[in-house]
Design a protein around this ligand. Sequence first.
Ligand SMILES: Nc1ncnc2c1ncn2[C@@H]1O[C@H](COP(=O)(O)OS(=O)(=O)O)[C@@H](OP(=O)(O)O)[C@H]1O
Length: 303
Amino acid sequence: MADKSKFIEYIHDALEKSKETALSHLFFTYQGIPYPVTMCTSETFQALDAFEARSDDIVIASYPKCGSNWILHIVSELIFAVSKKKYTCPEFPVLECGDTEKYQRMKLFPSPRILTTHLHYDKLPQSVFKNKAKILVIFRNPKDTAASFFHFHNDVPDIPSYASWDEFFRQFIQGQVSWGSYFDFAINWNKHIDDENVKFMLYEDLKENLLAGIKQISEFLGFSLTDEQIRAVSDQSTFQAMRENSQETHGAIGPFLFRKGEVGDWKNLFNETQNQEMDERFKECLAGTSLGVKLKYESHCLA
Ligand SMILES: Nc1ncnc2c1ncn2[C@@H]1O[C@H](COP(=O)(O)OS(=O)(=O)O)[C@@H](OP(=O)(O)O)[C@H]1O
């Protein structure tokens, strides 16, 4: 986990900025993608180009609300199990968020560093690929992702709210939300699903069998752990366990971030027209692709 106070401090500052930011002024566009002004700046994006990744960095890439804090926690626990040292990151863990000096400070951090990111594949700094950092990519079905994203905006008191779910859905489908279009993100990453050093994980698979998912992550990272150790990590990584600790690990935002942790919550929000629109978009963008098959859309998204 990130150093607790740094994480909480960063979120506190972002929420303070959010209070003064209307939804209509929340986004700025950098290289064609909308980002929240409360968390990102063009200057930091420019500084990021020069970021030097290491071969033993662990990158966790995901579209917002697909479970990045879950995987970050699992990887931190795995590192603790192999090294007996508590993983701490003295920065907010999202690579593209922070001040321009962040990457200089990160040069001093011990390995392995865990870098989370919501960046599309082609926006990551080139050194990640050149230096062959391992990349875990976590995906979640688009309907639950949209539902979680909407609740985050509308439940957290200081984050600008949408007038309604219908309004959020429209913006989500058009890709006019933080970090842009889910489908562009997915199309982009799908091209790299079989790349060396890249492993795709599915939120729904982890929900179904957390133990098996953690084992796969551990093997991908080259860790050698006993079944007992894997089980201990799994016990620490359930939704209930993480939600219970969320105030301590993530501050005031914790209970909103660890909201429900379920598959199929979209059914409480989507109407028939929205279902059809999302199904159509999935068909156009991902049906028949490797990622499209992995997402098991029929099981998770068709009522
Ligand atoms: N352990 C565990 N088990 C099941 N689900 C979990 C877990 N940890 C996080 N979550 C759920 O992941 C959603 C938040 O995703 P992210 O962490 O990617 O959010 S963020 O983009 O970084 O803000 C959010 O989903 P929703 O509950 O549907 O809103 C979290 O509850």
